[in-house]
Design a protein around this ligand. Structure first.
Ligand code: PLP
Length: 380
């Protein structure tokens, strides 16, 4: 096999992070990584809180609102429709609590959905789980499969914006419009889209939530919930506090005495992305993930899956018998990390699980080459 040309290292990229250089971090999509300038900004905020707690907490609600306005400008959206939240899982719970459900109503999810998010739906209503073949060629095929699965009882569709295991754009504007036209309330899991897409909030969705702590370089615990105007009065804080009388979004984001510094530092991550040139970062990350995927696809029994162009993640199927259950997938992930210090996502699937790799500005082509050299050890 002739090796594809390796993309160059992003100038200054690796030096922006304090990641352990002995580990190949090819799994940015799971937990992100916080660049040093963002960590410094958060530390400076913590210093201010420690220096004068009264002033810090008495002014917190207004500072959050001002920070949210900065974040909304980056994401091309209206700050009144947006609230800071802790993570995507919380977003799913807040959104689903705001949708009135009657006995017999169903929630449509797909088998690409994220565990904690799908579980949030399952706690509230019976699920209609659509199986999406990971080999479906494009977004139109995905859309047709989802629409064909609707039943008269489908009240809500809870869909990934970009799916975690398979790195596919699922909640396209067209699918959201088609679902809305059929009277289905749409909830979009945009855990990956801030920082990844220029317009990360799914247009037309009734509810959208997404993490800033993955691709937007924010500290962990920094996420957003976006709510369409007609639903806002029904969104209630999970632990109502002093700002509850304001309603959404202030009631949801103010939580009395907690550490707000991650949220307040969030604009630093988005500013950094802009300083680096967001388009350049996205093109670089996608090219690196494509490079790794092309190398992996050369291994016997490993199959590259169709993907949405331009995304910084790629998914491939592993041979039959590998990672067929969740326990096997976790064991394989940990074995690769323990033996070779390489971090990747392994996802389970009957008939042969999958591997997902990511590209980020701290990655180097040789990290993917390392993975390709050792993976055959695990493939039987
Ligand atoms: C698609 C998707 N949804 C939800 C989550 C959960 O995110 P969090 O841990 O921030 O709640 C993830 C995490 O990787 C994800 O990939």
């Amino acid at each position: 096999m002739t090796q594809p040309p390796a993309p160059p290292v992003f100038p200054g990229g690796p030096g922006l992070f304090a990641l352990d250089p002995a580990i190949a971090h090819l799994n940015h999509g799971s937990y992100g990584a916080v660049p040093l300038p963002v960590r410094q900004a958060q530390e400076a905020l913590r210093d201010r809180a420690h220096a004068d707690p009264d002033s810090f907490f008495n002014g917190a609600a207004d500072r959050l609102a001002a920070t949210r306005t900065r974040v909304a400008a980056h994401l091309h959206t209206d700050p009144d429709g947006l609230s800071f939240i802790t993570n995507a899982t919380e977003g799913a719970n807040l959104a689903l609590d705001a949708i009135p459900l009657a006995d017999g109503d169903e929630i449509l999810v797909t088998d690409h959905g994220y565990g904690t998010v799908v579980d949030a739906a399952a706690r509230r209503a019976p699920l209609n789980t659509v199986a999406l073949d990971p080999r479906l060629p494009d977004e139109d095929a995905v859309r047709e499969t989802v629409l064909a699965a609707l039943t008269p009882r489908t009240k809500v569709a809870l869909l990934d914006h970009v799916s975690s295991p398979t790195a596919r754009l699922i909640a396209t504007p067209r699918l959201i419009a088609d679902l809305s036209a059929r009277g289905v309330t749409t909830v979009v899991d945009g855990a990956h889209t801030p920082g990844m897409l220029d317009r990360p909030i799914a247009p037309g969705a009734d509810f959208w939530f997404g993490n800033l702590h993955k691709w937007a370089y924010a500290p962990a615990g920094t996420a957003l919930l976006h709510v369409a105007p007609s639903h806002r009065t029904r969104v209630r804080a999970q632990s109502p506090s002093w700002e509850d009388h304001h309603g959404f979004p202030r009631a949801v984001e103010f939580r009395a005495t907690v550490d707000y510094t991650g949220w307040l530092a969030a604009p630093e991550g988005l500013d950094l992305l802009e300083r680096l040139d967001a388009e350049k970062v996205r093109a670089h990350n996608s090219a690196l993930a494509a490079y790794g995927a092309e190398l992996l696809a050369g291994l016997p029994g490993v199959e590259l899956l169709p993907h949405t162009p331009g995304l910084p993640l790629r998914a491939l199927l592993l041979p039959p018998g590998i990672a067929e259950t969740r326990d096997q997938a976790v064991a394989l992930r940990e074995e690769i990390a323990a033996r070779h210090r390489i971090r990747v996502l392994i996802w389970p699937r009957p008939g042969g699980g999958g591997i997902r790799i990511c590209g980020q500005i701290y990655n180097r082509p040789e990290e993917y080459e390392r993975l390709v050299a050792v993976l055959p050890e695990f493939l039987g």
